[in-house]
Design a protein. Sequence first.
Length: 173
Amino acid sequence: MTRYLMLPFAFVFHAALLTCEKPAPDISKNKAPNTTDTIIEEKSNDEFYDNMPNAFEGMEMIMVPNDFIPADVDVQPRFPGGHPALLKYIDKYLEIPDAVSRFKVNGKVYTSFIITETGEIEEATVVKSLQHNCDQAALTLINYMPKWKPAIKDGNPVSIRHYLEIPFDYREH
C-alpha cells in the first residue's frame, strides 16, 4: 500500500525537475573569427594562393593516369557489335535496384574503367555517384562485360581508360 502512495509523489517530483529552469549557457566566447582581412594574395612568381582552409581537404579525388589516355590512338576501343550492341547489353543486363523506384531515382552513374590491350575490363570505378545501390549495379554490369576490341596505336593494341555513363530512371523500372 505504501508503494502506491509514493507513486503520485514520484510523478510530481519528476515533473518539477523537468520544468525547472536552467541558466542559459554563456555563448559570448563562441564568436566566429574575424575574416575581414583574409584575402587572396599574389605570390611573386605569378601564382595565386589563398590562406583560407581548402574545401576539398579530406575528400578523395580521382586522378586519371595519363599513361592510359593516349591522345592520338588510331582506333578507339569498341564494344563487340558497336554502340547499339552496348546499349542492348546495358538494357538487358543492368539490374535496377528496388531503391530506384522506391526513392524515384533518376540520373546517371559515371564510370571509368581500363580496357587492356587484350580487351579485358580492369579497375572499374565510379567517377560520379548517383546512389549507392545504383553505383554497385553499374560496377557489376561493367565487371561482367565481354571482351572489347582494344584501342589501336601504331598498329598495336594499347590499354586505355574508357568512360561510360550508366542511366537509371525510376519511370522505366
